[in-house]
Design a protein around this ligand. Structure first.
Ligand code: XMP
Ligand code: MG
Length: 180
């Protein structure tokens, strides 16, 4: 049991599995984007650990940039997506790889995607470490998924509970969703 703030969490995905799966995704991207000079666009805050882990294995010429949005309040989606740092203009005409920590309802991805398309990139693909597939109500094309997980609140490896818990190397799941 791991306590973060006032909640109990247990390990769901150990760091070894996260590292191995992230390396596999990076190899797929090395192949797919070998001659494309892609720009990786991370969605802050949650993406920072996943993107850093992935970047250790990216071996092709590429750049990285970030956008920052907020939609979650504590343990659930607020239903609104607030843009805190916009899409950088240098994505115009580029092959963009959008990098997310988790796709839940899909609202965040839908919103980021709509704003990104306004900047006229050449192509967009979506990479996410986690996907709560049963919770995603919006039709989205997701090109690379680390792990499909059940519809329970998770933290660790960049994901937070009220800003805490991002520093854990494992993905943790809340141990009693009913009391949360
Ligand atoms: P939506 O619902 O817009 O959610 O697809 C995406 C964003 O919400 C955050 N999120 C979570 N954060 N544990 C977290 O720590 C979760 O279980 C969780 N589910 C969604 C996350 O920031 C993601 O980018
Ligand atoms: Mg988050």
């Amino acid at each position: 049991m791991i306590t973060i703030k006032n909640k109990q969490f247990v390990r769901l995905i150990p760091k070894e599995k996260i590292q191995a799966r992230t390396a596999e995704i990076a190899q797929d991207l090395n192949t797919a984007y070998a001659d494309k000079n892609p720009i990786f666009l991370g969605v802050l805050n949650g993406c920072f650990m996943f993107l850093a882990e992935m970047f250790k294995h990216i071996e092709i010429p590429c750049q990285v940039s970030f956008t920052k949005v907020q939609s979650y309040e504590s343990m659930q989606s607020s239903g609104k997506v607030l843009e805190l740092i916009g899409i950088p203009e240098d994505v115009k005409g580029r092959h963009v790889v959008l990098v997310e920590d988790i796709i839940d309802t899909g609202l965040t991805m839908q919103s980021v995607m709509a704003k990104l398309k306004l900047q006229k990139p050449s192509s967009i693909s979506v990479v996410t470490l986690l996907h709560k597939a049963a919770a995603t109500k919006i039709p989205l094309q997701i090109d690379h998924v680390g792990f499909v997980i059940e519809n329970n609140f998770v933290v660790g490896f960049g994901l937070d509970f009220d800003g805490y818990g991002r520093n854990y190397e494992d993905i943790l799941v809340v141990s009693d969703q009913a009391n949360s």
